[in-house]
Ligand binder design. Structure first.
Ligand code: XMP
Length: 513
């Protein structure tokens, strides 16, 4: 399959470049800047990312252009553009002020294929300290802004080499999608052959080749990634896949039975393990959030391992790892890669091989693949839910009674979101990234009927986001909040006050613990 290589020089937006290319139905790989796959016949073009560094720094990341320039179309973004200008004989200097934010292209060479369909005045997003002051000999400027003369340049003559000082991958560069399409499709000649249907077909074949007749085990969480992994594997190897779904007693109301029902409806072979008592007893009296997380993480591995060991012929452990979890180049300085596996240590102990069929996908692609596989929208469109579950939403110690109160309040809120119609014919649930209720360690005075009450307060949390890195509180309709608040106070014994959390991330986080 054709692919674009994105060489990563450490920019925070490198992943976004990858997502934009995939949105053009074109496969891409993000690799550290010094790991170009010279013998890969499928490469059709190369994008050089931005970087926090300056090309004039002694320890700046350099690139060997032998075997790149003249062989593939090249597009340098920000640092990538500066690096090419500097390497090929131009000059890059630090500007007096960092240029950050919105700018408009005031001059454009409309005949250039990179700028096809982009008009004078197009908005772009700048983020740079250095500026290209002199272009290499024979290179020419193809776009400028009032303050940046070399906003975009082209190499010599018809050479397929371009540099842009702005960031086409970010949302605020309104012409960015067009520019990237011009490069990926118009210039590199992408056939746009990366689609969910294609992914499903090739992955099923690949899985059959990879695991053959071996048995595979998989930990299901009810989340999108593990569910899609399970269905893909089931399509490939049928009952040779055994799934394990652990109930730590901190799931939402009826979630364990609901999700088990959905999985069974999909024909999956699932072992459900109710381990709630073990978790409740280990968590009794523990108030420190990090200790809670550790106890749950270890408890989860113990239960999973005990079950997995009963499946004596298992050779593989499948995981729902997705691309952003493992982009090595996100850390091109070579330090730790984020450890995210919730069954860490298990593969070695049980001598299992790892199988990660979603390892190339971004989150939105996982959902597309899930839909392609016919997985019900109720599983695909689910909000993210933290591994430690309601434990991080009960401030202070955890008791089964508190879990019950929170489950009831949370159920009213989430059901309400699922049922509340929005003007565009959708429901409120689909308009927020994530939502839940937090049980506060606070009691307050209230009055119900003729009686004074002294009961607990809960906080509703609902946020909008695209990746959970930043989030804003969701501006839910007042009528909706009034309905939910009434229902919680009237129906959930032990709660007499409902608040709404209006903090954004940063500086707050989505979860309270
Ligand atoms: P925060 O609270 O850091 O959460 O803004 C960002 C996203 O991560 C989820 N989250 C977790 N997921 N284990 C998980 O699997 C955890 O310990 C954990 N803590 C937070 C959170 O629900 C949100 O989607």
């Amino acid at each position: 399959m054709q692919k674009i290589i994105i060489l990563d020089f450490g920019s925070q937006t490198t992943q976004l470049i990858g997502r934009r290319v995939r949105e053009l139905d074109t496969f891409c790989e993000i690799l550290p800047y010094n790991k170009f796959p010279h013998d890969d016949p499928d490469v059709i073009g190369v994008i050089l990312s931005g970087s926090p560094l300056s090309v004039n720094q002694a320890d700046a990341f350099c690139l060997q252009f032998d075997g790149l320039r003249g062989k593939y179309p090249l597009l340098g973004i920000c640092y990538g553009a500066q690096l090419m200008a500097d390497t090929f004989g131009g000059k890059v200097e630090s500007s007096d002020t960092r240029e950050y934010g919105r700018a408009n292209l005031t001059e454009i060479d409309a005949t250039d294929p990179l700028l096809k369909g982009i008009d004078v005045g197009a908005q772009v997003w700048m983020s740079h300290g250095d500026t290209i002051t002199v272009l290499p000999e024979g290179f020419r400027t193809i776009a400028s802004t009032p303050t940046v003369h070399q906003a975009a340049y082209r190499g010599i003559g018809e050479e397929k080499l371009w540099g842009v000082q702005f960031h086409p991958e970010v949302f605020h560069t309104l012409c960015g999608k067009q520019l990237l399409e011009n490069f990926v499709v118009g210039i590199c000649g992408s056939r746009k052959d990366w689609s969910a249907a294609h992914f499903v077909d090739t992955t099923i074949e690949e899985l059959r080749r990879q695991v053959g007749n071996d048995r595979v085990i998989l930990g299901l969480s009810g989340g999108v990634d593990s569910s899609v992994t399970a269905v893909l594997l089931h399509r490939a190897i049928g009952d040779k896949l055994t799934c394990i779904f652990v109930d730590h007693g901190l799931l939402r109301k009826d979630e364990f039975s609901d999700v088990m029902g959905l999985y069974e409806g999909l024909g999956l072979n699932v072992i459900g393990v109710d381990a709630s008592q073990k978790f409740y007893s280990e968590l009794a009296g523990v108030t420190d959030p990090e200790r809670k997380r550790k106890i749950i993480g270890k408890g989860f591995i113990d239960v999973f391992e005990a079950e997995a060991q009963k499946i004596t012929d298992a050779r593989w452990l499948a995981q729902g790892t997705i691309y952003p979890d493992r982009i090595e180049s996100m850390n091109i300085t070579g330090k730790v890669i984020k450890s995210h596996h919730n069954v860490g240590g298990l593969p070695e102990k049980m001598n299992l091989k790892i199988c990660e069929p979603l390892r190339w996908l971004f989150k939105d692609e996982v959902r597309r693949v899930g839909r392609q596989l016919g997985i019900p929208e109720r599983l695909i469109g689910r909000h993210p839910f933290p591994g430690p579950g309601l434990a991080v939403r009960i401030l202070g110690d955890i008791t089964p009674e508190k879990v019950h109160v929170l489950q009831e309040a949370d159920d009213i809120f989430i059901r309400g979101l699922r049922e509340w119609q929005t003007e565009d014919g959708d429901v409120l649930y689909n308009k927020v990234w994530q939502a839940g209720v937090v049980l506060l360690p606070v009691q307050s005075v209230g009055v119900m009927g003729d009686e004074r009450t002294y009961e607990q307060a809960v906080a509703l949390r609902a946020v909008t986001s695209t990746d959970a890195m930043t989030a804003d509180w969701a501006h839910l309709p007042y009528d909706f909040m009034a309905k939910v608040s009434n229902e919680i106070i009237n129906k959930v014994r032990g709660v007499n006050r409902v608040c709404y959390d209006i903090s954004s991330k940063p500086p707050a986080t989505i979860e309270w613990e």
